[in-house]
Design a protein around this ligand. Structure first.
Ligand SMILES: Cc1cc2nc3c(=O)[nH]c(=O)nc-3n(C[C@H](O)[C@H](O)[C@H](O)COP(=O)(O)OP(=O)(O)OC[C@H]3O[C@@H](n4cnc5c(N)ncnc54)[C@H](O)[C@@H]3O)c2cc1C
Ligand code: FES
Ligand code: FES
Length: 1334
């Protein structure tokens, strides 16, 4: 063993190039090494904890024993650099680039329109690439598995899946080619008529996949690995040392000497602990080169698997074993395979080890319950020798604790064969179907005497029901020796309920749900065991079809994307109206696209890390930065005192401090910031700052508390049409109800990022910021520094997603960073970590909606009175206009003659909420549609009929006296019913519900009418600057920022049409305040409308200037005309301007013209719900939208699908949880679940309404960024419909409360099954809940 403090040399390959690292730091992960050291910035950082897949790379290793090379995907953020000795890493840059040749995966994802903001794209590419390296012709299941751990917040996944599907050889690929027809393999399209419709992409263009073109594994590494005498490696970093032994004996010695040192295998437990919990291990032992930990041996009783085997290896080993043995022997193997398929993502399973999973002893570990139930054991070794330890209730002793001694090492794990008459099953329920820790998970085993239903042995273990894996021992005792029948099981449920009690304030919450899941799983086990006993002829009675539970369907089918051909007369060169690929999609897919944090560091650059308040409402009594300043690399600490200009911004008359001075009003409020030479040093410095507080009384967290204490931001708003109070006196029935709707985290994949570079003279700065509103950032920075706007230029190349979250908070963060740059006179970069971003920046407002509705027996709603309360948080931010937009939209598609609504923004001690796609409309409309559903339930009529009856018809006037024609709303509605085959599917769902006791289907159809543009008229303006260079190339700049919505692509199309040149001659470099000043935000779905007109204006000016040249030389080329113009001294540069509509709203008169026009649409969704677990699957979604004449159908359909999926997340999955003291628990993808590939509707059809015009926007198009988000609620209401069917089985009819999001927890409890009914509800107020109901 080499021991010197010098450390060894680490040797590995990246993209075919050898890397030797003399000073490998054990704290460095591959991701930061790639990005910061090698400047390979294609690999992105989205979470740092294995939860988003943005950092996916492929790892290849040579296996000397089998002389084979293995390839697997992995998360670079959790791969310790020191573990890479001998590995070959392939990053997105290594597989293709625009400079050489792009790889087919890169090409197909890009050309199938699977890249919008592009931040997730390299990760998607690499996950798919690693799959193809192992399986060049994968199945659809392989593809969805490979992508399950990769999150995308923009696309809604459908186009990514479609791009990847082109590699797959399954029969259903015959229907894929951009609009669901055609076949890459030359199959004939099923439907000729469909074939004629235009397609989103042309499969004929795609490069074939040629596996022989891939990088070979470096021969040098094969030689190195085959060397007889591998050496122990040691590496020493600033705080941690790393030892990688090569023999078991050495490992045991090391562990004996250093019992506290962790063994790092997959680093999926230790890594997040170090990163997120600040745990420091001075020594790490990495036994990944100890052969004995990977050995697999067989005995007549089962198989010993090396504890070092990864979970993916375990799965594949077991899969190979299953066919080799009789079915009865492999019950446990199959149960493990099933559970392994659901555990984590492919990237996690590829590195996480079996031993690591056992020792981590998570309370909701997926494997431990089944290993324990299956009577597995581990063989452990220490200085004292070897011993075998059973994995049972005595092994898992507490939260993340086992009975092993600290110095003991698990060498292998024994998985026994099952016996005849023995059955093993696993069940799990998680907040998201895939890549999500389970809420409750279980392993159950029962053994019967031959030919008998008498139980000889049974073991049941649960995860998620206590601090560790627990055995339901008493329940088992109630079953064993008894016949497996209703009587025994009936008793077992009661014993289980008494045995696994969760206190009402148990960590993790969801107490009733978890308890009911424990019962439901036992019930499901019961059904499966009965079936087995039937198959064995032990019992005779047949289980009725109705009582059976089959898994939810999961195969994603090709969808249909229907749009219009351009008119026959349109020039083939004119790209407007055609599905043109996002102009950066290819460079996004190759990793060459540059995002803010991809910019190279400048000389002397510093990193800024913010320090936030740990109290919700307190006085700051002390700020001690001395320890931070003493730490290595720390340069300065920035406090409010350092701000040379305005320390407080004012919004709507309310102050917003950049850095808290004397008082804090939420956990997460920024107090000061540490600048240091590296990110790690800045973070350590921030952690060392000590703030002392004196708590102030009565923090307000929930809307109810705020209403009680009248804690509001003023003004509150009210609108009324007709006379609501009078109308209530005339109606047949009055009903009062309400719904609570949770907030939403933006979860843009690129976190808040900025770089401020002092130019060096006259207080001039260049700001590179990921912001939707460069001018706001410029303004706030200048005010903060006390300098004029002409000293600061804000540059935005592209944004990795924004959704409203990169407006106000970004400008504040940029200002703090600018103060640091000003004070230190050095460039300063600030990139928030995912957890910080989620904690600090707020999101969509949670809203409580209450209503009173007056209806007639025939279904007409005559009067409705709404009250909206939003949880605004500790500053006003955009909360007041959000409330206004809620009220302006409350009529939605319905003509309710007497309609009143009032809204208030509640001031609370939570992080301030802000703008978010839809800006209050998604909340407002959910409440209205919930009212409609209540009315339908009261009258016992289908909800779509109530919608039909009350919908606007004929020439109409909104509740704020705005005249419009609902013709296209009705067209969308009717067409959606037809396209979705609504009536037939409604009937089929009803029939399904009669035939199934435990699964129900729900169908819902929802309309939308959405106002586009800003009610603040001054925001409806835009400018552009267009240069034509002498060589004929054109540079366009405009006010909009590219955040994935494709605005630059559309502007390129506009310029192409107006200048009559191909898009390839037009370039858009960035958005910057020195080219186009005084810009408005890219928001309100108005970016293309406004900037398109400005670009059009500039281009028309230029084209006009070229007229003399064209007339003189009509056959000349563009280049010739341009060149002639230059020599004739004609300006080839022009600005364009658009003075948008003069919109306004008068709140006193309750009237105005707040929108330029409406976007209309309708959406029908169908779900299948497992009533016992709340698990659901969206079977099909059909959307019809009127977006006028689409400028770019692929971009617009991309916006529609992405917004729908974001809405689906909002209404059914995404849950922010706060502690009783106001701390956000959900600070990363592990706790906060946005939709993943598994959540895409199995059939997802989008139709753009044909033959529609819009005189109010460019080329008759319409803005589409926001409107469709609300249509995600069709899934919510389909779940509610299914739950209503389940409730009717228990005799429950009429309106019921289902709050949003309709998570599995809420859906399951709403179903009110016999099991949920068994759970005693805890009395509110008798306990302190784990999480607040904000
Ligand atoms: C994003 C993400 C998603 C996940 N999803 C799930 C999920 O759905 N379900 C689930 O059950 N788990 C899930 N996990 C947890 C994951 O399965 C475990 O973290 C993993 O199995 C631990 O293995 P490892 O090799 O990475 O452990 P490491 O982090 O390398 O080590 C963990 C611990 O095990 C000890 N250890 C490792 N090997 C041995 C050995 N041979 N002998 C003694 N001690 C040993 C180490 O000392 C250390 O204390 C997830 C993790 C992540 C990051
Ligand atoms: S950054 Fe690695 S998984 Fe998210
Ligand atoms: S394109 Fe996937 S996150 Fe933006």
């Amino acid at each position: 063993m080499s021991t010197g403090t010098e450390g060894d040399i680490l040797c590995f390959f990246i993209n075919g190039k050898k890397v030797t690292e003399n000073h490998a730091d054990p704290e460095t992960m591959l991701l930061s090494f790639l990005r910061q050291k090698l400047r390979l910035t294609g690999t992105k950082s989205g979470c740092g904890g294995g939860g988003c897949g943005a950092c996916t790379v492929m790892v290849s290793r040579y296996q000397p024993a089998t002389k084979t090379i293995i390839h697997f995907s992995a998360n670079a953020c959790l791969l310790p650099l020191c573990q890479l000795h001998g590995a070959a890493i392939t990053t997105v840059e290594g597989i293709g680039s625009t400079k050489t040749r792009i790889h087919p995966v890169q090409e197909r994802i890009a050309k199938a329109h699977g890249s919008q903001c592009g931040f997730c794209t390299p990760g998607m590419v690499m996950a798919m690439y690693a799959l193809l390296r192992n399986k060049p012709q994968p199945s659809m299941e392989d593809i969805t598995n490979a992508l399950a751990g990769n999150l995308c917040r923009c696309t809604g996944y459908r186009p990514i899946v479609d791009g990847c599907r082109t590699f797959c050889q399954e029969a259903n690929c015959c229907r894929v080619s951009g609009n669901g027809n055609g076949c890459l393999n030359g199959g004939s399209p099923a439907d000729e008529a469909v074939h004629e419709s235009p397609q989103l992409f042309d499969k004929e263009e795609f490069l074939p996949l040629d596996p022989t073109q891939e990088l070979i594994f470096p021969p040098e590494l094969i030689l190195m690995t085959e060397k007889d005498n591998p050496q122990t490696l040691t590496f020493h970093g600033e705080r941690i040392s790393w030892v990688s032994p090569v023999s078991l004996e050495e490992l045991v010695q090391l562990k004996t000497r250093n019992p506290k040192a962790p063994l790092v295998m997959g680093n999926t437990n230790i890594g997040p602990d170090i990163k997120f919990k600040g745990v420091l291990h001075p020594l790490i032992i990495s036994p990944t080169r100890v052969k004995e930990l990977f050995e697999v041996t067989h005995t007549p009783k089962g198989v010993w698997l090396g504890a070092g085997c990864t979970l993916a290896e375990v799965r594949s080993l077991l899969e190979k074993k299953v066919p080799q043995f009789p079915e009865e022997k492999t019950e446990l193997f199959r149960a493990l395979i099933q559970q392994l398929g659901n555990l984590g993502s492919q990237q996690i399973r590829n590195v996480a080890s079996l031993g690591g999973q056992i020792i981590s002893a998570y309370p909701n570990s997926d494997l431990n319950p089944v290993l324990a139930a299956g009577k597995c054991k581990v063989s452990v070794i220490s200085n004292g020798g070897r011993r075998e330890v059973p994995l049972n209730q005595d092994f898992f002793v507490g939260f993340c604790k086992t009975a092993l001694k600290p110095e003991e090492v698990i060498v292998s794990v024994f998985i026994p064969f099952s016996r005849k008459g023995e059955f093993v099953r696993v069940f799990r329920q998680a907040p998201r179907k895939e890549t999500s820790f389970a809420t409750v998970t279980t392993g159950m085993r029962v053994f019967f005497c031959e030919g008998s239903r008498v139980v000889q042995d049974v073991s049941i273990y649960y995860g998620g029901m206590a601090a560790t894996t627990v055995s339901a021992t008493k329940t088992c005792a109630a079953i064993v020796t008894r016949p497996w029948d209703d009587e025994t099981l009936g008793r077992a449920y009661d014993v289980l309920l008494d045995e696994l009690v969760l206190p009402p304030s148990a960590p993790g919450g969801k107490v009733e749900f978890r308890r009911s899941l424990s019962l439901s799983f036992l019930f499901k086990f019961n059904l499966e065991v009965l079936q087995k006993l039937r198959e064995m002829n032990v019992i005779k009675d047949e289980l009725s079809e109705r009582m059976q539970i089959r898994p939810l369907p999961r195969d994603i089918q090709p969808g249909l994307q229907e749009f219009q051909h351009v008119s026959k007369g349109q020039s083939s060169q004119d790209p407007v109206g055609r599905p043109m690929m996002h102009r950066s999609a290819i460079s996004q897919a190759t990793g060459e696209a540059v995002y803010c944090d991809d910019m190279p560091t400048t000389d002397g650059e510093l990193f800024l890390s913010v320090v936030t308040s740990a109290r919700a409402h307190a006085k700051i009594t002390g700020l001690d930065v001395s320890e931070a300043l003493r730490l290595p690399g720390v340069v300065d600490v920035i406090t409010s005192k350092d701000i040379p200009g305005k320390k407080v911004q004012t919004m709507f008359g309310y102050p917003d401090e950049l850095l808290a001075q004397s008082e804090v009003s939420c956990i997460g409020q920024m107090v000061c910031a540490v600048v240091a030479d590296t990110r790690e040093h800045a973070k350590r410095g921030a952690a060392a700052v000590k703030i002392s507080y004196e708590d102030l009384p009565d923090p307000v967290f929930t809307i109810e508390e705020a209403v009680e204490k009248s804690s509001f931001y003023e003004p509150r708003r009210t609108l009324e049409r007709g006379n609501v109070s009078e109308a209530f006196k005339t109606v047949d029935q009055i009903y009062e109800g309400g719904i609570q709707m949770g907030g939403q985290e933006h979860f843009y994949m690129e976190t808040q990022s900025m770089l401020v570079v002092p130019v060096g003279e006259e207080t001039e700065f260049n700001l590179y910021v990921s912001t939707q509103w460069p001018t706001l950032t410029q303004d706030v920075v200048c005010e903060t520094l006390g300098i004029p706007s002409n000293r600061v230029t804000c540059h935005v190349k592209r944004i990795g997603g924004a959704f409203g979250g990169k407006l106000s908070k970004t400008s504040i963060l940029a200002s703090i960073t600018a103060v640091a740059a000003w004070k230190t006179n050095r460039a300063v970069r600030c990139v928030l970590e995912r957890g910080e971003d989620m904690l600090i920046t707020g999101g969509r407002h949670p809203v409580l909606g209450k209503y009173k509705v007056g209806l007639m027996k025939d279904g007409r709603i005559v009067a409705a009175d709404f009250q909206y309360y939003s949880n605004a948080g500790n500053t006003v931010d955009e909360s007041l206009p959000v409330v206004e937009k809620m009220i302006l939209h409350m009529d939605t598609a319905y003509n309710i003659p007497n309609l009143r609504g009032s809204g208030a923004a509640c001031r609370t001690n939570l992080p301030s909420n802000t703008a978010f796609r839809g800006f209050g409309v998604p909340q407002s409309l959910l409440i209205v549609e919930n009212m409609i559903e209540d009315v339908a339930m009261l009258l016992g009529r289908p909800a779509d009929q109530i919608r039909d009856i009350n919908m606007y018809k004929g020439p109409s006037v909104t509740h704020y006296k705005f005249e419009f024609s609902p013709e296209n709303l009705l067209r969308c509605w009717d067409e959606c019913k037809i396209k979705a085959e609504f009536s037939a599917r409604r009937r089929a769902a009803d029939q399904f519900n009669q035939q199934n006791r435990w699964k129900k289907r729900g169908v819902s159809i929802i309309p939308i009418k959405y106002g586009v543009a800003f009610a603040d008229s001054f925001l409806n303006q835009a400018a552009a600057l267009v240069h034509i260079y002498k060589d004929g190339s054109v540079l366009v700049t405009h006010a909009g920022t590219e955040m994935g919505q494709g605005i630059h692509t559309k502007m390129q199309q506009v310029a192409s049409r107006e200048l009559h040149i191909p898009p390839s001659k037009i370039y858009i470099s960035e958005t910057s305040t020195n080219t186009v000043p005084n810009t408005c935000p890219s928001a309100a779905s108005f970016g293309t409308d406004a900037n398109g007109m400005a670009v059009l204006n500039a281009c028309q000016t230029l084209y006009q200037r070229l007229k003399p040249m064209r007339e003189r030389n009509p056959k000349g080329s563009w280049e010739k005309w341009v060149n002639d113009a230059f020599f004739e001294k004609i300006s080839l540069s022009a600005t364009g301007f658009y003075r948008g509509p003069d919109l306004y709203f008068d709140w006193d008169k309750m009237e105005g013209l707040p929108y330029a026009y409406f976007v209309y649409g309708a959406c029908c969704s169908e779900v299948e719900l497992d009533c016992l677990t709340g698990d659901y699957r969206t079977l099909r979604t059909d959307i019809v939208v009127d977006i006028g004449r689409s400028l770019n159908p692929s971009v617009d359909i991309g916006q529609i699908e992405g917004a729908f999926m974001q809405g689906l997340g909002l209404y059914t999955m995404e849950e922010l949880k706060f502690s009783p003291s106001g701390l956000l628990y959900t600070r990363g993808p592990s706790q906060y679940k946005i939709p993943a590939v598994c959540d895409v509707p199995l059939r997802f059809n989008v139709h753009l309404l044909s033959d529609t015009d819009n005189p109010h926007a460019i080329y008759s198009s319409k803005g589409i960024g926001e409107p469709v988000l609300f249509l995600g609620s069709s899934v919510f209401f389909a779940i509610k419909d299914a739950a209503a069917a389940a409730r009717s089985e228990s005799g429950l009819v009429g309106p019921f409360t289902l709050n949003s999001p309709a998570t599995p927890e809420r859906a399951c409890l709403a179903c009110s099954s016999p099991f949920t009914q068994k759970i005693p509800a805890s009395k509110p107020g008798s306990f302190k809940p784990w999480a607040l109901d904000i």
